[in-house]
Ligand binder design. Structure first.
Ligand code: DAH
Length: 360
């Protein structure tokens, strides 16, 4: 066996024996690198006589080609083997249950969910959302809403008063969302179409009352808004919110200082078997108060009652949440018990919309 045959045999064996791409690279450098064994042989060609070169040249070049081809082939085999190993190591069993990430583990509180739902419903009817502070002046919570000073209606609200400020003025925790009606009418020009969801406070606590609770106020002011519009809006809202085709509503005459005429609204329901259903049955459930905005309230906001008119309503959010989702007790709403929230809460990525569905 000649030297060249020897070297070829040796190099091809080394190529074959290389276990990974790094080992193969070492072999390549030792043969074809600048100082590699084959490269050194190629360098000797220059010093040969033409006859010698004629004979040795094709042999040495042939050796280089063979080694190069073997390295390329081996490289491919190694890459394939590496890919196979990775594929089998990273195989995913699609029949395994999906593990939930942290973004799906949290829960949305039913109150937040219901506020999202009713915002979606009223937004579809062209309402925007207005807000006001929880700590309110006595003037906006009562006086501007046509509660005469010393009127017993103020007592009915079980108001939480704050300590008097330096001017002797006692602020209150707003007892209803109605003061935001005044804030809206004094800061926007009619036509006005807003809903006002928010926290409200009264000194009251039992199974269906908590000192802090939530209301959503509605207000429409323009030149011809009337009680028929009010009825339609409330009926459409109830059908969409309770997800039923029909609702029966009863408007009972009532009294609020800031509306004239005023009504309380009941919806018909059945309570057979301890389960509430709407759109059927013989029972009535009170869900809101409403009426035509009192001319004095319009005047207090600088609006001329001979030019503008409108209606308003106030609804208990906690109440309608309890009714819709069958929660018998209001107090746990505000106890921050994770077990309760896991049970009654909503998935964060199920955002209510009229198109995608309010609840899924
Ligand atoms: N603010 C009233 C309450 O808390 C509810 C209410 C009644 C609001 C009639 C209204 C309305 O806007 O027109 O008892």
């Amino acid at each position: 066996m000649t030297d060249l045959n020897h070297l070829e045999h040796d190099l091809l064996n080394q190529v074959e024996a290389a276990g990974d791409e790094a080992a193969l690279e070492t072999v390549r450098v030792s043969a074809l690198g600048k100082k590699g064994s084959v490269s050194e042989l190629l360098k000797t060609l220059g010093a040969m006589t033409p006859e010698e070169r004629k004979e040795r040249g094709p042999l040495i070049n042939g050796l280089r080609d063979k080694v190069q081809t073997a390295i390329v082939a081996k490289k491919e085999t190694l890459a394939e083997a590496a890919l196979d190993a990775r594929l089998s190591a990273e195989r995913v069993d699609v029949t395994l249950p999906v593990q939930e990430g942290p973004e799906t583990r949290g829960r949305i509180h039913p109150i937040s969910q219901v506020i999202e739902e009713l915002t979606a419903i009223f937004a579809d009817m062209g309402f925007s959302v207005a807000e006001g502070p929880d700590v309110e002046t006595d003037y906006l919570n009562f006086t501007a809403l046509n509660f005469p000073v010393g009127h017993p209606a103020r007592e009915m609200h079980d108001t939480f008063f704050l300590a008097p400020d330096e001017k002797g003025e006692r602020k209150v925790l707003r007892t209803h969302t109605s003061p935001v009606q005044i804030r809206t009418m004094t800061s926007q020009k009619p036509p006005i179409r807003v809903i006002i969801p928010g926290r409200t406070y009264r000194h009251d606590s039992d199974q269906t009352h908590t000192p802090m609770f939530h209301q959503v106020e509605g207000l429409v002011i323009d030149k011809q808004a009337n009680i028929a519009h009010l009825k339609w809006i409330l009926e459409e809202f109830c059908k969409t919110f309770f997800e039923v085709d029909q609702v029966k509503m009863r408007f009972r005459p009532s009294f609020f200082p800031f509306t004239e005429p005023s009504a309380e609204v009941d919806i018909q329901c059945s309570r057979k078997g301890g389960e509430i259903r709407f759109g059927e049955g013989e029972d009535w459930l009170e869900i809101l108060g409403c009426g035509m905005v009192h001319p004095n309230v319009l005047r207090n906001c600088g609006l001329d009652p001979d030019e503008y008119q409108g209606f308003a309503w106030g609804m208990g959010i906690d109440r309608i949440a309890m009714l819709k989702y069958g929660m018998p007790d209001l107090r746990p709403f505000f106890e921050a018990d994770v077990r309760w929230l896991n049970h009654y809460g909503f998935r964060p990525l199920d955002i209510p919309s009229l198109v995608g569905g309010l609840t899924s």
